[in-house]
Write a protein that binds this ligand. Structure first.
Ligand code: F6P
Length: 373
């Protein structure tokens, strides 16, 4: 009798809505279509290093599609090549030996750029791995979407809708700081969906004079409130990144945050209107995934299961031109996908008069002229 396929599964890095939908999809499709056994590792690579596993049955993953977080747990510090609990030691060889001792045919690693980089190195050392792209930041190479992003954009958009009404009532400038690390995808998409007046993202260095000009220009046309979305990785011209904390035991030690308040202080000294800042933080990663993320996570999960069943390792599942495909992990590892200026979303925002805080990119508009025309 042929040996049953035995597949490991872990969720690594920061959590994102849709992780449970992937766990469900991978497990159900491996059991139903490939009669496989699924072994879950607890807390991402930490479970692989510290040998904590849990068998996943069909029943274990029933009813979790809509649930936020991950039933397996996750960890964004555990790197087998630099393990923080053992003084930064390289424990990758032990990890591979452990995976082999479990009789695993392959491992599915769900995560962001850190997880894909680790997976690529482990694959190069002989561990058969398939990656599934997760992150609210949407900054992974070779896939036009990661799951979690759509939910984060919905949450920020709802916040913008709510802040609009209070900004209008009090005639205030409202700054909303989003996550996204070094990429501005969340701020860009939510800013467009929520009709922000200014969208400030890391890809474009912000000219403060331009921000002030936009706010004052709106005031001069009787629009005495302004909504500004700013991504956490944005820099004001001549300024530095806003680092909220540094975690020495993390492979990616910098945690960004606080640029909204920096902007607030700068604006308060230059304009008359009151300025308030809302930092949305981890609320962007919590709660139930949107229908889009549930569908994407389910599609990614079953596609990953198919790759494993065909023995196609060293690849990450990806969405390209709206279709499921896969790309070599090496194409994704150690790279970040940033917003290009020619992005159709950037161009659409510019077309409706949104400013990116960059004078050369701003379409100047005088509503009184338009009314007369
Ligand atoms: O990568 C996802 C993300 O939420 C980023 O947007 C953010 O910068 C970072 O993780 C926050 O990390 P932590 O959960 O460690 O505070």
């Amino acid at each position: 009798m042929a040996k049953r396929l035995r597949v490991g599964l872990l969720t690594g890095g920061g959590d994102a809505p849709g992780l449970n939908a992937v766990i469900r999809s991978v497990t159900k499709s491996l059991i139903l279509r490939h009669d496989a056994e699924v072994i879950g590792f607890e807390d991402g690579f930490l479970g692989l290093i510290t040998q904590r596993i849990r068998q996943l049955s069909y029943e274990d993953v029933s009813g979790i599609l809509t649930r936020g977080g991950t039933i397996l747990g996750t960890n964004n510090k555990a790197n087998p090549f630099k393990f923080y609990k053992r003084g930064g030691a390289d424990v990758s060889a032990q990890v591979i030996a452990y995976a082999r001792s479990l009789g695993l045919d392959g491992l599915i690693a769900v995560g962001g750029d850190g997880t894909m980089s680790i997976s690529n190195r482990l694959h190069e050392m002989g561990l058969p791995i398939v990656g599934v792209p997760k992150t609210i930041d949407n900054d992974l190479m070779a896939t036009e979407r990661t799951f979690g992003f759509d939910t984060a954009v919905s949450i920020v958009t709802e916040a913008l809708d709510r802040l609009h009404t209070t900004a209008q009532s009090h005639q205030r400038v409202m700054i909303v700081e989003t996550m996204g690390r070094y990429a501005g995808w969340i701020a860009l998409h939510a800013g467009v969906a929520g009709g922000a007046d200014l969208i400030l993202i890391p890809e474009f260095e912000v000219d403060l004079d331009e921000v002030v000009r936009v706010v004052k220009n709106r005031e001069s046309f009787g629009r005495s409130f302004t909504i500004i979305v700013i991504a956490e990785g944005t820099r004001l011209q001549g300024g530095a990144l806003s680092v909220e904390r540094t975690l020495d035991d993390s492979p990616d030690p910098i945690r960004l945050g606080g640029i909204g308040r920096v902007l607030q202080v700068e604006l308060e000294s230059r304009i008359k209107s009151e300025v308030r800042t809302t930092i949305l933080g981890h609320v962007q990663r919590g709660g139930t995934p949107t229908p889009y993320d549930r569908i994407l996570a389910t599609s990614f999960g079953s596609y990953a299961a198919d790759l494993v069943s065909r023995g196609e390792y060293g690849r990450m599942v990806a969405l390209q031109s709206g279709r499921m495909t896969s790309v070599p992990l090496a194409e994704v590892a150690d790279r970040v996908r940033l917003v290009p200026v020619e992005s159709s979303t950037v161009q659409a925002a510019l077309a409706v008069g949104t400013s990116f805080g960059v004078p050369e990119l701003t379409v100047r508009f005088d509503p009184s002229q338009a009314a007369e025309a």
